[in-house]
Design a protein around this ligand. Structure first.
Ligand code: SF4
Length: 416
């Protein structure tokens, strides 16, 4: 669990988003500290109302970068002019606000609280399918709180999903520490079976599968990719955090998978799906990471070109085995993190550039800032549609949109 510092600038909308970030961080067991120097990660929620504000935001980002291990920049300036932080040489993760809670980890999986029950939030139904994982990563503190995987039956989860759809859910988010190992405790690998059954539920809805570590996915990659290809209800999206492009580092992290297994997952999904999103995570600056290991991570990113990438600079969590290892210097970690973040920005921008001019079906999921709505297309890429009330568009609607442009973290669409 991380210690975080958060600063919010601008309007009440930004303040509301920061409150929501904090609520989710608190629920996930992270702790707020007073001041960036005590924090593992600082969050800067920015405003861009006038030029002077922009200069202040950039200056504050530069200061925070020097005071804390990791910096996340979110809010209006991050979304509208995210490249300005990069151009100024600020080493920060530039994110939409609702991606921030997931990014405030040290490569650990999301925490699922004991006996977590489904929740309906607007048209989003959150369905925790299991709790715990099958791993023992050397840098992870979450594991202590969650333990080994404990999977309710397929039938039980299908009934919970059905109840969510009947209650009005249009997007079901399948969550868990590691959804890829769902069912391993009962002797069967059955994520694909569960997804297939959920897609059979009567109704018009979409399903997003949450984080699944490569080890679990690799063993069922053919079955899983087939289920994605056969069911339009499933967003063509997987989040498989590889964490490093070096098998030596993965061994020291005790990640259980090897680089080749991750690559085979990507190849299998490429065979079955024409348009899909690969999301992955990299931890940069793990204590045993050499320059050659770092180069291998960059090469893997270039080779597999994920459309969504989280880059986390390694920081020690008390009581973990990795915390006992002799760490790399802060400057070296920063340099490597910056190099990887720059590459990430190029790779992600290329994916969004390719979308411009295309038409996609999107599901409107929630209201955005101003009069916009936030939507997701078939591959779970975020698309913002402006002037929603004028167009009579609201959460739960399905629309055809033409992609007209993009920012650092989402695309813009016009209904057609
Ligand atoms: S898979 Fe690894 S990082 Fe995720 S909860 Fe388990 S031990 Fe922690």
């Amino acid at each position: 669990m991380a210690r975080y510092h958060i600063e919010t600038y601008g309007c009440t909308s930004n303040r509301g988003e920061s409150r929501e970030i904090e609520r989710r961080l608190r629920d996930a067991g992270h702790r707020r500290v007073e001041g960036p120097e005590e924090a593992d990660v600082a969050i800067l929620n920015t405003c861009t109302v006038v030029e002077k504000t922009e200069r202040n935001m950039l200056r504050r980002a530069e200061e925070l970068e020097g005071e804390t291990a990791d910096l996340i920049v979110t809010g209006c300036m991050a979304l509208a002019q995210g490249e300005e932080f990069r151009d100024a040489g600020v080493d920060a993760d530039v994110l939409h606000w609702d991606e921030v809670p997931e990014a405030v980890t040290n490569g650990e999986c999301p925490t699922t609280t004991p006996d977590a029950e489904p929740v309906l939030d607007g048209v989003i139904g959150i369905l925790p399918i299991a709790r715990g994982c099958m791993s023992d990563c050397s840098y992870c503190i979450t594991k202590r709180a969650t333990g080994k995987i404990d999977s309710p039956s397929v039938e039980e989860n299908v009934e919970k999903a059905r109840a969510l759809v009947h209650a009005g859910a249009k997007e079901i988010r399948i969550t868990g520490q590691d959804t890829g190992v769902y069912g391993w405790d009962t002797g069967e690998r059955k994520l694909h079976e569960l997804l297939d059954r959920i897609c059979d539920i009567e109704g018009d809805f979409r399903v997003r599968v949450g984080m699944a570590n490569p080890k679990g996915v690799h063993g069922i990659r053919e079955e899983l990719a087939r289920v994605f290809a056969e069911n339009d209800e499933l967003y063509n999206f997987i989040h498989a955090p590889v964490q490093s492009g070096s098998d030596d580092v993965l061994g020291d992290m005790r990640r259980q998978h090897q680089v080749e297994e991750y690559v085979e997952i990507v190849e299998t999904f490429d065979e079955y799906l024409d348009y899909w999103t690969l999301s992955t995570d990299f931890i940069v600056g793990f204590p045993t990471e050499t320059e050659a290991d770092h180069e291998q991570s960059l090469a893997l990113l270039r080779e597999t070109r994920p459309e969504k990438i989280n880059v986390t600079r390694f920081s020690k969590r008390p009581g973990t085995d990795a915390a006992e290892m002799k760490g790399l210097g802060g400057t070296l970690k920063k340099e490597r993190s910056k190099e990887m973040t720059d590459l990430k920005m190029d790779v992600v921008a290329e994916a969004y550039d390719a979308m411009v001019g295309e038409t996609h079906e999107v599901l409107v999921v929630e209201e955005g800032t101003g009069d916009s709505v936030k939507c997701y297309d078939e591959a779970y890429r975020q698309v913002i549609v402006q002037n929603a009330s004028e167009r009579g568009v609201e959460p739960g609607d399905f629309l055809e949109v033409e992609i007209t442009g993009h920012s650092t973290v989402y695309a813009f669409g016009e209904p057609v």
